[in-house]
Design a protein around this ligand. Structure first.
Ligand SMILES: C[S@@+](CC[C@H](N)C(=O)[O-])C[C@H]1O[C@@H](n2cnc3c(N)ncnc32)[C@H](O)[C@@H]1O
Length: 423
């Protein structure tokens, strides 16, 4: 997947001395198309659309402009939108500020369809909506936030803000994006036979589903669940540096939550003990008995895997029936550390599913692999249990056969010795 990022966020440029300045103004920004890690750039030519749009969802752009990203543009593509010229040339009515800048692979600045993003249509590129520009109220520069908008079905969308900078916690990662979209699509289609949607149903006898997300970042997974699962309590957790962006996204999306569902943010560092509330079960209604612990794109750094697994162990002590859902983009061999630590800690893998998406949009490019795992604590799936049982029975039987043949040999030698003595 690739993300449109603002290297320089949109700003209005005009000559302050000129009385008609605003009519002659330009909105300028510098964009790039990069991976979630920011370590590679979209290597093909593609047409990008840039527009000045009203802040409301699905609104018609006031001005739209075509630009071309070329494979050599890794240091950025300058985009200039002439505000006033287009306005007067086309005879439109004066612009109604505030306006936001949209840059994306689709001509219409509307929430992107998941199938468009993951297919050749949008080449795996997620568009960006800047913060508002409002020169009449002194805001000539958009802030350091961008919004991603994905259509999830039934006329609904997932909207998540992220920072334009390099912070790991304050921007969106591929596995979080994929998992949130996958869950939303399965649940909205009623595919509860899909295991990832299946674990989002409260266990028999429980009225509310209790979910805790580790390493939530901007909160896309937890918020995605909150938008489609009714009667749920969801706790999004991360380092304190994610609190601002996660709580902002929670506040912005609250009106879209499913019936009787609530979600909150709580700081939780994996290296620390569980904070008050997360281990004081009776005092903290959302966590009295967790049904699901979820983590997306948290396994890429093997140095933090021991602490991550230890946190899961601490959580599972109070909620031994909780299932664990892990989503990852396969990045490197070291990620296996996490999975062996999970097995050593007594978590049993009961489900794995794999999806592939085009890497950079070209036919001959490598595919990117996404995996979703479900774990249960100390409960073996029937097949593994049978195999282990057969193995144990097999080795016990083999030991018995060995013992019998040893006894036979000993018996034979006693017989031989007594025959010799008799002679
Ligand atoms: C790659 S990001 C994934 C964010 C989000 N789940 C997503 O997919 O967009 C990893 C997240 O784990 C969090 N994290 C890393 N180390 C952590 C630790 N020791 N304790 C708590 N959170 C941690 C980071 O702050 C970050 O938000």
């Amino acid at each position: 997947m690739r993300y449109i990022r603002f290297l320089k966020t949109p700003r209005l440029v005009y000559d302050k001395q000129d009385p008609e300045a605003l009519a002659k103004a330009k909105v300028k920004c510098l964009v790039t198309i990069t991976s979630d890690l920011g370590d590679s750039f979209f290597p093909h030519e593609i047409v990008l659309w840039a527009g000045l749009c009203p802040c409301e969802l699905n609104s018609t752009p006031a001005i739209l402009k075509k630009s071309k990203w070329t494979s050599g543009a890794r240091y950025g593509l300058d985009i200039e939108i002439p505000v006033g010229t287009s306005q007067t040339a086309r005879g439109q009515r004066p612009l109604q500020w505030p306006l936001r800048v949209y840059v994306g692979p689709g001509k219409a600045p509307v929430p992107q369809l998941y199938d468009d993003i993951t297919s050749g249509r949008h080449c795996g590129i997620l568009g960006a909506w800047s913060g508002p520009l409002d020169p009449e109220n002194g805001r000539k520069e958009a802030g350091k936030l961008v919004e991603r908008q994905v259509a999830i079905g039934e006329g609904r969308s997932l909207r998540i803000m992220e920072e334009t900078g390099e912070s790991i916690a304050r921007h969106l990662w591929d596995a979080g994006f994929m998992l949130a979209c996958h869950i939303n699509r399965q649940v909205l289609n009623g595919n509860f036979w899909d295991r990832t949607a299946g674990v989002l149903q409260p266990p028999a006898g429980k009225k509310r589903l209790q979910v805790l997300e580790l390493g939530t970042g901007c909160g896309m997974v937890g918020i995605g669940i909150a938008q489609v699962i009714q009667n749920a309590d969801i706790v999004l957790t991360d380092l304190p540096e994610a609190e601002g962006i996660a709580t902002m996204n929670l506040a912005n999306s609250k009106s879209q939550f499913a019936l009787n569902t609530d979600a909150i943010f709580c700081s939780l560092k994996w290296e620390d003990d569980l904070p008050f509330g997360l281990n004081q079960w009776s005092d903290y209604p959302p966590c009295t008995q967790l049904d699901l612990i979820v983590a997306a794109d948290c396994t890429y750094n093997c140095d933090s895997s021991p602490a991550l697994v230890q946190t899961m162990c601490n959580l599972i002590k109070a909620s031994p029936q909780a299932k664990v859902m892990i989503a990852m983009k396969v990045r490197h061999e070291d990620e296996k550390v996490f999975f062996s630590l999970m097995a050593k800690a007594g978590f049993i893998q009961t489900h794995k599913q794999t999806d592939q998406f085009p890497g950079d949009g070209g036919d001959d490019d490598e595919m990117e692999v996404f995996e979703i795992y479900i774990y249960e604590y100390g409960q073996k799936d029937k097949k593994a249990e049978m195999e282990e049982c057969e193995e144990r029975l097999g080795s016990a039987a083999a030991q018995k056969v060995d013992r019998i043949s040893t006894l036979e040999t000993e018996y034979q030698s006693v017989l031989d010795r007594s025959r010799k003595r008799k002679r």
